[in-house]
Design a protein around this ligand. Structure first.
Ligand SMILES: Cc1ncc(COP(=O)(O)O)c(C=O)c1O
Length: 411
């Protein structure tokens, strides 16, 4: 019974997130108020028309084609082509139960090595470990808006010494909330070395300023676009994501399809029908309203935190910030987050969960601890938001941020 777990699986650790959640629960049981800034979930309900579509199609009960419902794949390819200079067809789209699963199966299929920038989303690396793919990290900083520079990428590619490299790029970024501004230069390096880019665009529709640009505009032949319903549509629990894979990567697409059919078979049928409405309908009113709230709240947190004791980068999309507590002296960011939780009730995730050095006093802050529907209902129309709205409709944000700032000053 000694070795019943595969070696690479036994190497996986529970993330520090779990420890923070357990500690939060313990404090809540003791009656202490906890500010849930560790959570990465949309505070808004799914748009009404998408919910109606789900109700309408609840009777659809047969399996769908493993690649996904043709109508949905068509709606998604049109959506991508409208928003960027893409030329995807329905054949290029693969539907999965969330992009996380599609990324996992891609790592299983991929015969090469993985490039990740730190900080980056918590699951890329564990998935690489499970799939036995070597990971090469590129450390970034606030000076480069938390993205690797083209020079850094090129030197990492050269030192990796493997011709098959898959680079996970995520903009708007979790955890930093920043948007990559030098896509073209990064695409040029990728083209030169035939890098495959997995462009994780799960927050693309929550970009605050300007139109969202995908790196697939600059490097269509080597970019897989990954997105889904989880963030912009407030439907994380519906579990629907997709990959758009260019024809040049058909081999990868075909292997992915086989792995899909041998694992989840196909995504829930009513959810796929409802997703047709999500991608075909015009949700600009809903999106503009939720972006207005998210960007105002993000900026409120940014303006109220930045100080001598806290470095933080202005949010550009999604719903996270990645503050650094410059006066904090703890053995790790995880220890710091435990201290913050115990002293203030504010739950944050340590930077070390995102691949950055645990000695850096960084943490991810999610500014979604408010009732999104109530906020939405109260700001109808073209009204500009102000700090009174935050106090009224996002009181936990106002209170928690003030406690966090006081904590940073007390160090
Ligand atoms: C950066 C990033 N990528 C991917 C995902 C996974 O999304 P999905 O719900 O599509 O699996 C998340 C969810 O938290 C995320 O933050």
């Amino acid at each position: 019974m000694n070795k019943i777990i595969k070696e690479q699986i036994s190497l996986l650790k529970h993330s520090a997130t779990l420890a923070i959640n357990e500690e939060s629960d313990r404090l809540k049981k003791k009656g202490k108020k906890v500010y849930k800034f560790g959570f990465g979930q949309s505070p808004f309900s799914v748009p009404e028309s998408v919910i109606s579509a789900l109700k309408k199609y609840a009777n659809k009960n047969t399996y769908l084609p493993m690649q996904g419902l043709e109508e949905l794949r068509l709606a998604i390819s049109n959506h991508l082509n409208q928003n960027n200079d893409n030329i995807f067809t329905s054949e290029d789209i693969v539907i999965g139960p969330g992009t996380k699963e599609l990324m996992f199966l891609t790592q299983i299929a991929f015969g090469g090595e993985i490039l990740l920038s730190a900080p980056s989303w918590v699951s890329y690396q564990p998935q690489a470990i499970i799939a036995k793919n070597k990971v090469h990290w590129m450390q970034t900083s606030a000076d480069t808006n938390w993205f690797p520079t083209p020079e850094q990428l090129e030197s990492k590619i050269k030192s990796a010494n493997n011709q098959n490299l898959l680079f996970f790029m995520n903009s708007p970024n979790n955890p930093s909330g920043t948007v990559c501004s030098n896509l073209q230069e990064i695409a040029e390096v990728a083209k030169k070395y035939k890098l495959i880019i997995l462009s994780d665009e799960i927050y693309s529709q929550l970009t605050f300023e300007n139109r969202y640009r995908s790196i697939s505009n600059f490097y269509p032949e080597g970019t897989i676009v990954s997105s889904g319903l989880s963030k912009w549509c407030g439907a994380g629990g519906w579990r629907l994501g997709f990959f758009a894979i260019p024809k040049q990567l058909n081999k990868l697409k075909n292997s992915l399809k086989i792995l899909c059919s041998e694992s989840f078979t196909s995504v829930s049928t009513p959810i796929q029908y409802a997703a047709v409405e999500a991608y075909r309908g015009d949700h600009s009113k809903y999106l503009n309203a939720i972006k207005k709230i998210l960007s105002f709240t993000g900026n409120y947190v940014y303006e109220n935190l930045k100080s001598n004791a806290i470095n933080v980068t202005k949010p550009e999309g999604g719903f996270y910030l990645f503050p650094e507590f410059t006066n904090a002296r703890f053995s790790s960011s995880s220890e710091m987050c435990k201290n913050i939780l115990n002293k203030t009730g504010v739950a944050l995730l340590p930077g070390s969960d995102f691949g950055v050095d645990s000695e850096k006093m960084l943490a991810r802050l999610s500014y979604t601890d408010f009732n999104g529907d109530n906020f939405l209902a109260n700001i109808k129309g073209s009204k500009n938001l102000n700090n009174i709205d935050i106090n009224k409709f996002a009181p936990n944000i106002a209170e928690g941020i003030s406690k966090l700032k006081d904590w940073s000053k007390s160090l």
